[in-house]
Design a protein around this ligand. Structure first.
Ligand SMILES: [Fe+2]
Length: 614
């Protein structure tokens, strides 16, 4: 951190003296040497990234210890699952020793150690990624799903392992799963998805009809057309992704979504529509329905990781991190507000681009599209994302799911809206301390340069100059919400909802999932054990690291003192304490909600880290 300025008295550039303005400029020029745009990252293409991770953007010691502790049971679980354990046992010992040693370091030693931990962590993760490819102990074919359950030797088996074949669990993934961002209300069906009335009534009952449900806004769709590029570029004919369309409906009491039909592709002429079967009667229809649900879960695994998680949180916030450091001086109040929400992002994104989504990495191993097509799909989605359109209230309205009366059971929407409003109140109160009217916004030439940088180098689609205090507050709310709550909502389900491969995975392993008659044939479409172990090891880690929480603002530098120093922000009853109090209220509200609904805890404020750091 370039420490010329204290955070005691942040100021807008136009209000500074000439000498202060010069100092700001000098500081920015120096910071720009470390925060450099790179538009040619080999693995995410034209998506703007930081050329290198600057020294001051490396993780803290505390974060490193949390990662090591999360890694321990996963390595133990690997040891129990692979044939040759010699190297693994060594790693397990190493992880234990490193974690103990780091925890007991004295103050001075910690400071000296921080720069080394980054290298150590990088090499540990590299070895770990190599080891998850080790040969898995053999499983007999007749073990069925038990073979997948047995992979959880030292890690609790997620509850979805027992429920994922049920229709209500499949429906719940749409409103409380890893990707609650795709379900949309519709008032008509497109020509390419010819669901017929008779089959609709077989699922929903003769006293209801598709026409009636459409007219009453009780019909919802999941449409994976964006995955077309992956459909066209399968890794092999037996490892592929589909771009299905799924239809859900609410019964007349509107209680909970019911899956009705799944079409295997976008083109009706070369796709099949499968209608829901309720109970396991071991019929060919039941197993065909299971195969159709698996096809959707695989599509959703791709849509979630590539778009909703990587593209729309990690990679979007990368651009804001770079632009903020390059354009807003350290004494700028918006720099002070945002920096804690960017902690760890450049580092984790650099690791993701360099290993996770690189050729030969876990994405290629677990997912079905050719790696280049997969990388391009993620990049295209990120570059196409409209910043204002994707703001929570706008997104819910566009998808026609914002109205509680029409879709009562939507835990993500209900909890996310509370957090969005709390952040909006916080950014409004915070900015009104420094910006006294709209003119102070337009006169802020650093803010104008920041917006310009995001529109050009940052490639944030739809971004525009900021001219009012209200607009500024909306923009800051979107940035903070995406870095914290949105990322938490899509990151942490990786552990509980995505680490059991038969429930959600990245590829259909088989030639023709539209022609499945038996359980055996359905099982053959699931991933091999080694990929399933790799998936669970990776997602248990990514979905298991909780570092700090929303509303907690601390310095990045040891000993991690309170971040804000301006009394107007930190005074008792001031904006910061109001924000923290509102988060405590939301915590209570969600806990009360969880007493009367199926638990949804991904947006409990205590489980929302302030930044994307995993
Ligand atoms: Fe993440």
């Amino acid at each position: 951190m370039f420490d010329l300025f204290s955070r005691k008295d942040p100021s807008l550039p136009q209000n500074d003296s000439h000498r202060q303005q010069e100092k700001r400029q000098e500081q920015l020029v120096k910071t720009q040497e470390n925060y450099v745009w790179d538009l040619e990252n080999p693995n995410v293409g034209p998506v703007p990234m930081a050329k290198d991770v600057p020294q001051d953007a490396n993780p803290t010691l505390t974060w490193t210890i949390i990662v090591l502790k999360t890694l321990m049971p996963i390595v133990e679980n690997l040891v129990s699952n692979v044939k040759d354990t010699a190297e693994l046992v060594d790693i397990k010992k190493g992880v234990n020793e490193a974690s103990d040693a780091l925890g007991s370091l004295k103050l001075g030693q910690q400071l000296a150690f921080i720069s080394n931990t980054t290298e150590m962590l990088k090499s540990l993760v590299e070895i770990y990624l190599r080891l998850v490819r080790a040969e898995v102990k053999e499983h007999r074919e007749d073990e069925g799903l038990d073979a997948y359950k047995d992979l959880f030797q030292k890690i609790p088996l997620p509850a979805v392992a027992a429920a994922f074949q049920q229709n209500d669990c499949f429906a719940r993934y749409r409103v409380a799963g890893q990707n609650p961002m795709l379900i949309k209300g519709v008032s008509s069906l497109a020509d390419n998805f010819p669901v017929n009335e008779t089959d609709y009534q077989k699922v929903m009952g003769l006293d209801d009809s598709l026409a009636e449900a459409l007219a009453e806004s009780r019909v919802f769709l999941l449409d994976y057309h964006e995955l077309k590029v992956l459909v066209d570029n399968p890794q092999t004919p037996e490892k592929q992704v589909f771009a299905p369309i799924a239809l859900f409906a609410l019964p007349k009491d509107r209680k909970s979504l019911i899956p009705v039909a799944i079409q295997s592709g976008q083109n009706k002429d070369d796709s099949t529509i499968t209608y829901a079967v309720q109970n396991n009667d071991n019929s060919s229809e039941y197993w065909q329905w299971q195969a159709a649900m698996t096809m959707v879960q695989v599509a959703d695994g791709n849509y979630h990781e590539l778009f909703v998680h990587l593209g729309r949180t990690h990679l979007v916030i990368e651009a804001f991190t770079i632009a903020t450091n390059r354009c807003l001086a350290e004494s700028h109040p918006i720099n002070v507000l945002l920096l804690p929400h960017f902690e760890g992002t450049l580092f984790i994104n650099n690791s993701a681009a360099g290993s996770l989504i690189a050729a030969g990495g876990p994405i290629e191993s677990i997912f079905g599209g050719k790696i280049k097509a997969t990388q391009n799909a993620a990049g295209t989605d990120r570059l196409g994302l409209d910043f204002y359109r994707y703001m929570l209230p706008n997104d819910l309205a566009t998808r026609q799911v914002g109205n509680r009366d029409f879709l009562p059971d939507y835990p993500y929407r209900d909890d996310a809206t509370l957090i969005w409003e709390a952040i909006h109140n916080w950014t409004t109160a915070y900015t009104s301390i420094y910006y006294t009217d709209d003119a102070t916004v337009t006169e802020d030439y650093e803010l104008a340069a920041w917006a310009e940088s995001l529109m050009t180098e940052g490639a944030i689609n739809g971004f525009k100059p900021i001219t009012t205090r209200e607009q500024l507050s909306d923009v800051l709310t979107m940035i903070i919400f995406t870095s914290s709550a949105q990322h938490a909502a899509v990151n942490f389900p990786q552990r509980s909802l995505m680490s059991f491969a038969p429930a959600v995975t990245g590829a259909i392993w088989g030639k023709d999932p539209t022609n499945i008659q038996t359980e055996k044939a359905w099982l053959q479409n699931l991933p091999p054990m080694s990929q399933s172990l790799e998936q669970l090891s990776l997602l248990q880690l990514l979905g298991g690291v909780y570092y700090r929480q929303l509303g907690e603002y601390r310095s990045n530098n040891f000993p991690y003192l309170d971040w804000f120093e301006d009394d107007r922000i930190t005074d008792q009853g001031g904006p910061l304490s109001q924000f923290q109090a509102s988060l405590a209220d939301i915590e209570q509200t969600i806990n009360i909600r969880n007493e009367t609904r199926q638990e949804y805890s991904f947006l409990l404020p205590s489980k929302i880290p302030p930044s994307i750091n995993i």
